[in-house]
Design a protein around this ligand. Structure first.
Ligand code: ARG
Length: 570
């Protein structure tokens, strides 16, 4: 059982004995539990201030009464300090409870059935057709991927959706440009890069020849009307883009259950428009049809343009209805940068006004903007980094380090890929998602300090220790030998890992796991330097080895959940 759960049950029970009716249930207690800033104050603390108000008693009095009621049970000692009841966990007991439990189910520590029977949809990456994959897309891709793994770990059915941006007049322009200036061979070879060039050329030429604009629009109309020639070219553009993107997804280990993008909803637009009209929500505004949201202090949500064309928002409303019908989600997440905050507020509000109570299950998981070495991303100014280049440079750098430090390593290239890409992903999921990130080449390629490679290296270190111990005599672990300051931190971090997984899901914040996993790596390294793992006493050695094995397993699980591989040697 999680430490928090156990402590919460204990407090709740004692509160009931002491105060009857006014007590808090275990869940309410668990929500209040804190980790003291200074470990010397305890491993877990229950602040009595909230309770003090309902009970009309001073917080220190409640803390004192609880300390006396709970006393020193098997798993913890309690002490009242001011308005806090502090718990000091019994290390021997903690080791005996935690380490075998971790080892019993490799790769499953922190897994639960919390989400059993529930589906969560995750809309992430959601790239645009005929655009190159750059660092601006990394965060949505990796956040979504990590959250998908985290929810799956908690027993949810997670559905990964790449809501492709494959609708809009620009695709008509691209067809026009391709037919005028492109060649099949050139585009086949150049991939998305060639499409981007054609699009740029279109914008250059349209300055001198404004009729191109109409030609482009006409081609878009032909796509919309299902004209076979237009569709064939457009679908080919789409394949090219997805083929390029797939290379990046393969490198990152990212996958999806669905690629239903904006165009997938073409035949599902009428339902939205009809329903909005029938519910009296559509009003005309300067020729367009909109949902008036002024009562909610928002600009109107535009549903149909003057020419009858649908918009991004219309398609998102159709997609939400479709996902609810198809997947019956308990939660539907949109992992999209905060520039689109207003868009999602409008879409969610419109769905609420349509009378669907499940609007509450929709959540915009927004995140900060990416800039490039202090400047806004801009293809034109060259302030841009393509993901494929970034991943390649990171891999090369890792390879150079491996060549220098462990030239004898097998599978050098494979390990270099795991480490290089691990560094990039880690850097992306290291901070709270809402923080803006400024991309710097040297920072993205940093392998020392708090980085992915550091955690990977600690994992490989554990593997090495375990390899060395293969022929150590088997003995029963003497858990009491882990009752020291060096073992304390790794043990606590192991025990708290399940809470970190849950919190990461509750807040849709994988960085909680990144941090937790890093702390565990640091704590283990400290233990490793201060203690001889293969101690002469077989019981001590067995306990330290078991701890090492548990740390290895949880580091691997933590890395996996944030999307990073864990090589056994590096
Ligand atoms: N393709 C969009 C963009 O690049 C992101 C789509 C996000 N998902 C959604 N359902 N709107 O801005």
């Amino acid at each position: 059982m999680h430490i928090k759960t156990r402590i919460a049950a204990q407090i709740s029970q004692s509160l009931t004995t002491l105060y009857g009716q006014e007590a808090l249930d275990p869940a309410a207690v668990a929500a209040l539990l804190e980790t003291p800033p200074d470990p010397a104050m305890g491993d877990c603390a229950f602040p009595c201030f909230t309770l003090a108000r309902t009970l009309r008693k001073a917080p220190p009095m409640i803390a004192q009464a609880l300390a006396e009621a709970i006393g020193n049970r098997g798993f913890a000692q309690t002490r009242a300090t001011g308005g806090y009841l502090n718990f000091f966990l019994n290390l021997r007991q903690l080791a005996e409870d935690t380490v075998p439990a971790v080892l019993a189910n490799p790769g499953r520590w922190g897994a639960s059935d919390l989400g059993a029977g529930k589906t969560v949809c995750l809309d992430y990456s959601s790239i645009n057709i005929a655009k190159r994959f750059h660092i601006g897309h990394l965060t949505t891709t990796m956040l979504g991927h990590a959250l998908r793994r985290i929810y799956t770990h908690l027993g949810y059915t997670a559905v990964g959706i790449n809501h492709l941006g494959d609708w809009g007049t620009q695709f008509g322009k691209m067809i026009c440009a391709f037919l005028r200036w492109g060649s099949k061979q050139e585009v086949e070879q150049g991939g998305v890069g060639a499409l981007v060039d054609l699009y740029v050329r279109f914008h250059g030429e349209v300055e001198n020849d404004p009729t191109l604009e109409d030609e482009g629009r006409a081609w878009f109309k032909r796509i919309e009307d299902g004209d076979p020639q237009a569709l064939a070219i457009f679908n080919w553009f789409k394949d090219l883009t997805l083929r390029d993107a797939q290379r990046v997804y393969d490198l990152l280990g990212v996958s999806f259950d669905s690629y239903a993008g904006e165009s997938f909803y073409n035949d599902k637009m009428d339902r939205v428009v009809d329903e909005l009209r029938a519910k009296g929500l559509l009003v005309e505004s300067q020729g367009a049809w909109v949902v008036d949201l002024s009562a909610y202090k928002m600009p109107p949500c535009i549903i149909l343009k003057k020419d009858g064309a649908t918009l991004y928002a219309t398609r998102d409303i159709a997609a939400a209805l479709y996902r609810k019908d198809t997947y019956g989600f308990a939660k539907s997440l949109y992992i999209v940068a905060y520039q689109q905050d207003l868009h999602f507020k409008q879409v969610f509000k419109t769905i609420e006004l349509m009378g669907y109570p499940w609007y509450q299950e929709l959540e915009h998981v927004s995140f900060g903007m990416v800039s490039y070495e202090g400047q806004t991303l801009s293809t034109r100014k060259g302030h841009i980094v393509y993901l494929e280049d970034l991943l390649q440079r990171a891999t090369e750098k890792a390879l150079a380090i491996i060549e220098e430090k462990s030239p004898g390593l097998e599978n050098k290239r494979e390990v270099a890929r795991q480490v290089g890409i691990g560094a990039v992903i880690y850097a992306d999921l290291q901070n709270n998602r809402i923080k803006d990130v400024d991309f710097w080449w040297d920072r993205a390629l940093q392998f020392d300090g708090e980085t992915g490679p550091y955690v990977q290296y600690t994992h490989a270190r554990c593997c090495a220790v375990l390899r060395k111990a293969l022929d150590a005599p088997a003995a029963a672990p003497d858990w009491a030998s882990l009752d020291d300051e060096e073992a304390r931190q790794p043990l606590l971090l192991l025990a708290r890992f399940p809470d970190a997984v849950q919190e990461a899901a509750q807040r849709n914040e994988p960085s909680i796991l990144t941090r937790h996993t890093t702390l565990l790596a640091q704590a283990y390294n400290k233990f490793y330097y201060e203690r001889r793992i293969l101690d002469d006493n077989p019981g001590t050695a067995a306990a330290r080895l078991a701890l090492t094995r548990a740390v290895r397993d949880v580091l691997r699980t933590g890395l996996y959940l944030i999307g990073i591989e864990a090589p056994e040697r590096m």
